[in-house]
Ligand binder design. Structure first.
Ligand code: FAD
Length: 460
């Protein structure tokens, strides 16, 4: 990174991985400039602060960030405890973001809208590698400014770009116009969002853990607010994928969750509609009519889209990227995590080399680096940014020496289907052979689930 001495390194997003990237850059003597669209660090997690993580604290913090925090007197939470999203913010991300070393380099209310090379559009190659990047930012003061930087680390996650409700990867006809009737992907139906759901007809769309947890939490709400009606639409012919193996499930938490949903459906508390691929949504005065491809219709007051996420690639349009055509992850990473083929993908530790793009010194890290695959883990991202910071500092040996410390467990049954994400080396031999979803495991570590505070009844 030739211009590193003069220009800062832009970090897009102050989530856990963006802040960790900043900490590693600082340790390397590089100057991070963090742009965060939200008002605080951890702004995306703020939306799911009521959800409990499945990975314990010891896998949720970054080593360089912890070194910074401990130097300021921070005390680490109990390593084996499972935090809620809110605790991850309050006990880790907020204190980290408030450290003078970070806060002085963190701009909040700063949304990156484009990244390019100074004076060069995508088609120009001459001098590209040594030309600074330009990051265009919409600031909270209403001004849009261009910032010249030596390198860019895109840690902007995927939370703001959920998958559409329609089939074929496109929004259903009328979906955008019906926006007011469509909730956030993981609403706190028994807590802060209760008023929007109590006594309403709620249609949950999707067949992953997020859907399962939302359904269970809605069933809890319906006990107190009996007029609440719960509809559930899945694209598949059955909901077996969500039910899992019940008491016999290899993953106890998944089995409990799936078992509860099955019982609620069988008891008539949840109205299940299978084979319901959504084609259009029609807004009425205070409700919507949701139509399936086969002509069936459902009336609902609010729709909960548990359809997963995809990366926002629009802001990167002027860069030369090398992305897997299916997963939209860096080319070499894509096949390792593709949920279509990896019901139980094993992910070798990886860093700067695998995350590199034709545009030198540009990296996508964190949740966004997994593209449309839903199995990203924080620990994976922390190792990514350690390696990327080393590469940007010119320490290629350290950048190439990648390792991952993940629990000997799997991550299964996500929004995109069943998949697992652990490094091959972390799996017990029999699990690696049979697939980690079938392996015995003491703790479920994983993504996206959604245990609302004391509501869902699962034990993690
Ligand atoms: C419900 C749920 C539960 C999860 N549970 C676990 C778990 O138990 N264990 C685990 O390891 N992982 C878990 N994950 C997966 C993953 O670790 C988290 O999603 C994590 O938040 C990803 O961190 P990140 O920094 O990559 O992205 P994010 O946390 O999404 O942070 C991205 C940041 O970038 C900002 N941003 C977005 N666009 C822009 C822009 N254009 N300009 C400027 N800023 C922008 C956002 O506001 C946000 O603050 C879970 C995810 C979900 C959704």
């Amino acid at each position: 990174m030739d211009s590193a001495k003069k220009l800062p390194v832009a970090v897009i997003g102050a989530g856990p991985i963006g802040l960790a990237a900043a900490a590693h850059l600082l340790e390397r003597g590089l100057e991070p400039l963090i742009f965060e669209a939200g008002t605080t660090a951890g702004a995306a997690i703020e939306h799911w602060r009521h959800i409990r993580l499945f990975s314990p604290w010891r896998f949720n913090t970054d080593a360089a960030a912890v070194r910074l925090l401990e130097a300021a007197g921070w005390e680490a939470p109990r390593p084996t405890a499972l935090p809620y999203g809110g605790e991850l913010i309050d006990k880790y991300l907020a204190p980290l973001g408030a450290l003078p070393q970070i806060s002085s380099r963190l701009q909040t209310g700063a949304r990156v809208t484009a990244v390019t090379r100074q004076g060069l559009d995508k088609t120009h190659i001459k001098g590209r590698d040594t030309t600074p990047f330009v990051v265009r930012v919409e600031h909270a003061d209403g001004e849009t400014r261009d910032h010249a930087v030596a390198a860019v680390i895109d840690a902007s996650g995927t939370w703001s770009t959920r998958n559409p409700l329609g089939t074929s990867g496109l929004p259903a006809i009328g979906e955008e116009a019906a926006g007011e009737r469509i909730s956030a992907p993981l609403p706190d139906v028994t807590g802060r969002d209760r008023a929007s759901f109590a006594g309403r007809r709620v249609l949950v769309v999707g067949a992953g853990h997020s859907a399962a947890n939302t359904l269970i939490n809605l069933a809890d709400l319906a006990k107190e607010e009996p007029d609440t009606r719960i509809l559930w639409a899945v694209r598949g012919a059955t909901a077996e994928k969500v039910y899992g193996g019940g008491d016999l499930d290899g993953l106890p938490a998944r089995g409990q969750l799936g078992g509860r949903v099955r019982r609620l459906v069988e008891a008539g508390k949840i109205e299940l509609h299978t084979g319901f691929g959504i084609s259009s949504i029609k807004s009425l005065d205070s409700s919507v009519t949701v139509s399936a491809v086969d002509g069936r219709t459902l009336e609902a007051d609010v729709v909960v889209p548990c359809t997963g996420f995809r990366p926002d690639l629009d802001i990167l349009r002027e860069l030369r990227l090398n992305l897997d055509p299916a997963v939209e992850a860096p080319m070499e990473l894509g096949p390792l995590i593709d949920p279509e083929f990896h019901s139980c993908g094993t992910v070798p530790p990886h860093g700067a080399k695998l995350l590199a793009h034709p545009d030198k010194d540009f990296y996508i890290v964190g949740m966004k680096s997994y593209g449309r695959a839903p199995t990203f883990l924080l620990a994976t991202g922390y190792e990514q940014v350690r390696s990327v910071a080393a590469a940007l500092a010119g320490d290629q040996e350290s950048a190439d020496t990648v390792h991952l410390d993940l629990p000997e467990t799997g991550v299964c049954s996500t929004d995109a289907g069943t998949s697992c994400d652990v490094p091959a080396t972390a799996l017990p031999a029999e699990a690696a052979e049979s697939g980690c979803c079938a392996a015995p495991e003491p703790v479920l570590v994983g993504f996206p689930t959604g245990l609302a505070h004391g509501r869902s009844g699962t034990s993690n």
